[in-house]
Design a protein around this ligand. Structure first.
Ligand SMILES: [Fe+2]
Ligand SMILES: [Fe+2]
Length: 289
C-alpha cells in the first residue's frame, strides 16, 4: 500500500470524492492527495458535513486523504481551526483521516521527498464578489422581515487568501530551498503548455510565475497540479540543465468543461518510492520541446 493516488480538483463534489476514495482502495493506495479546490468550506454547515463524510469514508476504506489549498478553499479557516492540531509529519488534522498540507509544507513518504504549495488566482473574482453582495442583500432583506437565519455570505465564493504573495513565497523558499522529488501545486508552472488552457490570461501569470520559481528552485522530477481542469503531460526545463515532468490533472465531472473529459483523467497512481523518469537520463536533443 505504498502508492499514493494524486487527485485533481473536487470542488466539494461528495460523489466524486467517494469515487476517488474507492479508486484508491482498488489501486492499492493507502494515501490520496488532492491538489487543491478540495472544497474546504467549513464556514458553512454543508462544508462541515462534506468534511465529516469524506473523513468517515476514508477511515472505513483504511486510507488517509490529504489536500492542499486551491483558490476555492478557505485556507485561512483551516489555519484558524487546525494549526494547533498537527500529525507527526506536520499536516493539519481536519478529521482523523482528512489532513491539510499548508503552503510550503514538506514531508517524506517511502524515501520520496514531497513539497506542497497551494493557491491560485480566480479569474471570475468580480462575478463571485457580486454574487456574495447579492446574497448579503437578500439576508438583510429577510432580517428586516424578522428572519433570524445566520447569514453565510462573506467569503463563501471568493477568498482573499486565494493566491500566494511574492513575499509569502520568498519566505517559504528562504526557509528551505533543498530539492524535492515530487512537487504538488494547485496552479501550473508558467512554462508548461497544456493542450487546452482556460487560464492563459494576464491576471493568472503572476501566480504561474511563482510556481515556475518554485520549480526552478526545488528542481522536482515531477509536478502534479490541478486548477486547469484538464489532463495533460509536458516537460519543462527547471534550471541547471534539469528537466521536470508536469502532470496536469482533470477535475470532478460537474466542474469540467473539457469536451473529451473522462473521470480517469482526474487521478494518477504514483508508486512509491518514486523512480526517476527515464527522461532524466536522455540526451538533451531527444527531449520534448
Ligand atoms: Fe482552482
Ligand atoms: Fe478548480
Amino acid at each position: 500500500m505504498g502508492n499514493v493516488l494524486i487527485a485533481g480538483d473536487l470542488h466539494g463534489n461528495t460523489a466524486h470524492a467517494l469515487t476517488v476514495v474507492r479508486t484508491a482502495v482498488r489501486e492499492e493506495c493507502a494515501r490520496v492527495f488532492v491538489v487543491g479546490d478540495f472544497g474546504a468550506w467549513e464556514h458553512m454547515a454543508s462544508g462541515r458535513r462534506y468534511f465529516d463524510v469524506i473523513g468517515k469514508a476514508a477511515k472505513r476504506a483504511g486510507v488517509i486523504v490529504y489536500f492542499l489549498d486551491g483558490n476555492h478553499d478557505k485556507s485561512s479557516l483551516l489555519h484558524e481551526l487546525y494549526d494547533d492540531c498537527r500529525d507527526d509529519e506536520g499536516f493539519l488534522v481536519c478529521r482523523k483521516h482528512l489532513r491539510y498540507a499548508p503552503r510550503g509544507h514538506r514531508w517524506i513518504w517511502e524515501g520520496t521527498a514531497f513539497a506542497a504549495f497551494g493557491g491560485a488566482r480566480s479569474t471570475d473574482k468580480g462575478w463571485r464578489l457580486a454574487r456574495e453582495a447579492r446574497k448579503a442583500e437578500l439576508v438583510a432583506q429577510r432580517r428586516r422581515y424578522g428572519s433570524s437565519k445566520t447569514p453565510e455570505t462573506a467569503g463563501t465564493l471568493w477568498f482573499p487568501e486565494e493566491e500566494m504573495t511574492d513575499d509569502e513565497l520568498t519566505a517559504l523558499l528562504a526557509a528551505d530551498d533543498s530539492p524535492v522529488d515530487v512537487l504538488l501545486t494547485h496552479d501550473k508552472p508558467r512554462a508548461s503548455q497544456p493542450k487546452w488552457n482556460r487560464k492563459d490570461k494576464p491576471e493568472c501569470y503572476p501566480n504561474q510565475d511563482r510556481v515556475q520559481r518554485i520549480v526552478e528552485t526545488l528542481h522536482p522530477s515531477v509536478v502534479f497540479h490541478g486548477h486547469l481542469h484538464v489532463r495533460y503531460t509536458d516537460t519543462i526545463a527547471s534550471g541547471d540543465g534539469q528537466w521536470t515532468r508536469v502532470e496536469g490533472l482533470a477535475c470532478d465531472p460537474e466542474a469540467s468543461q473539457y469536451p473529451e473529459y473522462a473521470k480517469e483523467h482526474s487521478w494518477y497512481v504514483l508508486p512509491l518510492p518514486y523512480a526517476q523518469p527515464e527522461i532524466e537520463a536522455a540526451e538533451p536533443d531527444s527531449l520534448p520541446a
